[in-house]
Design a protein around this ligand. Sequence first.
Ligand SMILES: [Zn+2]
Length: 564
Amino acid sequence: MTPISRRTVLGGAAAALGSAGWIAKAAVDPRSADLIVRNARIYTMEPSAPTAQAFAVRDGRILAVGSNEAIGGLAGKGTDVFDARGMAVVPGFIDCHLHPEGETLLYEVLVGNPFDVEFVTIDSIVAKLKERAAKTPPGQWVQGFFYDDTKVKDGRPLNRADLDRVSTVHPVAVIHRGGHTAFFNSKAFQLAGITKDTPQPFGGTFDHDSNGELNGRVTDNAQDVLWKAGNWPKYSDSETAERAKAGIAHMSRQFARYGLTTVHHEGGNFSALLQVRADGELLHRVSYEPDQAMTDAMIANGWRTGFGDEWIRLGATSEHIVDGSFSERTMSIRAGYPGRESYHGNVTTTQADLDAWVEKVWRAGIQPNCHTNGDVAIDMYLTSLERAQRLFPRRDVRPKFTHATLAYGELIARMKALDAVPALFTSYAFYNPDKFEFYGETLMEHMMPYRSYLDAGIRVAGGSDFPPGPFAPLMAIQGMVTRTGWNGKTWGANQRVSVDEALRIFTSNGAYNSHEEHLKGSIAAGKLADFVVLSEDPHAVDPGKINAIQVVRTVAGGRTTYAA
Ligand SMILES: [Zn+2]
């Protein structure tokens, strides 16, 4: 029996007949459940039956949901029974935007903590990079990752002189975890031919200190010329494949540890992803968002969004970048930056180029996805989408807005009219309160505006954007519910959502984001058996303690992918 036909028989009939009816129906089928979860506080995310005590799983799908007694009837000889002893169970968490950089985690110098709030010193960064430089041939890049300018005990940003302490014979770069700025040493600038007199390029800056010297910080597009200088390590084809595979497997274990069962991947090595799955090491489902080269190949060959299966499926495109960064303060802001009104951030494309890009993807039947942080960028993307819809009408496109950070009134109404699916920063409210003072409360009332999107009827989802943001869903939910950060500061309290809404954002709205709401995002008969067991009920604890709840077990397709 295929999953679909069973859903029709059991799911459809169950809904129609009520609990007594579907038990009778199930008894007709000679096979019993593979797994029963009982004694749980289940939040199903199904409006018709939002809570339950138990459910049964067979062949990786939910067979039935109901009371302990009713579900007990589906137990047979080979059935595993998981007694949740009153713990909470929710659908598996879905992260709709991140960069699965497991290779970085495994092989590179990490100068900050990828997963949590932790303060480091500039000396510690220099020491770690020096150690790597000692093992690196002169002329080859030495890089540090997961730098966060507001998680440095020294209370000042890194600069060129700090990195000259690492090496004068290697190009050295420290990349901000936000991904839009990096800090370089003098050797890197020299190799790239950049001096203090080099003009600022389109869509980026070489920053200067008060004496007009390069201070080492380079933003957005201005980095391109630096990355072309210096030597890169060379790996054989088999080494490259092995590293990519190990990176994805490592990343998958981290996702499972935090309760994620579906993740939207921004590109990454597709072949390695397939290999990890073939080796049985893929613990989460992937909505794969192809980079530009692969998108072009899809267009040339007639491939569309949705191709694939329940584990790896082609999703929207990778984020096509329209503006700068929220956390690194280069996003577009129409009103200008507080205290610096003439600076409106970086816009990295023109309206004409964006129109052409959207049209190409739109006409090919691919779900477009643009990185739009600020109101200027959101407006530009909307303009391109409205143009495409007018010229080449298509149904159910669900254009994806990655970040959609600064939005209000008219912009949100236009997004709703297009049934846009935004994926907003998740952990930032908790992790990044130290950056919000740069924007101030007036802007923060419209930043990461989950409340405004929900109130407008938009199925807003979450996308941590890891590495920029930690991906822990419970950290994110605490921040979304309280809008209070690790430092106790609250920003934009008007955008708070309830625990139930935050769970919906991380589950059923995530499923909608990739056109997979028929498959996942809730605990209902016929859906994939993806769920998380939590040590405590997030509805019952102090909202300021949600991040302290433990993920006890993560299950994807009926298989335990993580157990504490
Ligand atoms: Zn991103």
